[in-house]
Each structure stands twice: as structure tokens, then as C-alpha cells.
Design a protein around this ligand. Sequence first.
Ligand code: FES
Length: 186
Amino acid sequence: MATVQEPHGGEGADGVRRRDFIHIAAVSFAGVGAAAVVAPLVYQMSPSADVLAQSSTEIDISAIEPGMAIKASWQKQPVFVRNLTPAEMAEANAVSIGDLRDPQTLADRTKPGKENWLVTLGVCTHLGCVPLGAAEGENRGDFGGYFCPCHGSHYDTAARIRKGPAPTNLVVPPYEFTSDTVIEIG
Ligand code: FES
């Protein structure tokens, strides 16, 4: 049937091409319109999905024996969870707060009744290196907590800065105990 319409329209090959162009252009605009509708949805959905996936992290702490620590991750940052021994807690509590660069007690940095659980970011407050001391056998520095070898920052058993260039204690992130053996960070 198309071969019959061409002569009647009198448009010849150019007319066919023009119609084809209009048809293609219309499809293209429809395509752009559809993309424009979809794009904002994707744009709006992706950050919230991303944030939701990272906003909290659950950690099972049941296997962390006294004196041990683990490294976890929250919002792409390392987190240290440490089960302090009674001796490490006593050491932290024996420090005169007035002697500290960033004065905080162990109780300030832990949850009531669970002072043995020390949860901090594993990020040196000097320039952001990951200190040693969470893994077994790593150097815990002069004060038995964490040691950042980058420029020599020493943290004590409450992860408070005691020596070296770091200005503040390792940061305690927001977290809660959801049971005796699980914490939720974030
Ligand atoms: S980054 Fe830790 S001492 Fe410099």
C-alpha cells in the first residue's frame, strides 16, 4: 500500500524522508520525556537507599573475650569494639581527668553498667589513619589502648589521647545495646 500512497502525495523520496524524520523526532522526544520522568525517581531513590544501607550497623559482640577487640565498619569507617578487662578498666579509672588533653572518664565513653564495652571509631583524630591495637598482637602503644604509628599518637585503655599529635580522643559513635550481645551503631 505504501507504494500507492507515494505517487498520490506527490512528495517523492524527499517527502518520505521528511515524514520519517518527523516520526523519528517524535519518538526521540517521547524517549527524552520518558527519561526525564524516570531520572528524577532514580536520583531521588538512590541517595536514600544508600543512606539506609549505611545508617546503622549491627554487631554481634558475644565472641569478644575480655582483653580482645574487633574491627567492624560503619558508614565506611572502621569501628573498634573492645571488651576491657577489669585491669584495663581500673587503669582507665585511675587516671586523673585533669591530666587529659581531652578530659573524659571511661563512664563518659561507655554505657551505664557496660563500662567494659568500649566502642570507638578506628580513626586517629590527628590525620585519620587507622590506629593499631584492635587486632591480636598489634602494638597498643605506651598506654595499652591504641597506637597510631603514622605520627606516634598513643591512646589509653579508654581510647583517650595520651601522647602524640592527635588533638582528641578516638570518637565514640552513636550506638545502643539491642541485647546483651548485640550493639547497633548509628
Ligand atoms: S594520623 Fe595518627 S598520629 Fe598522625
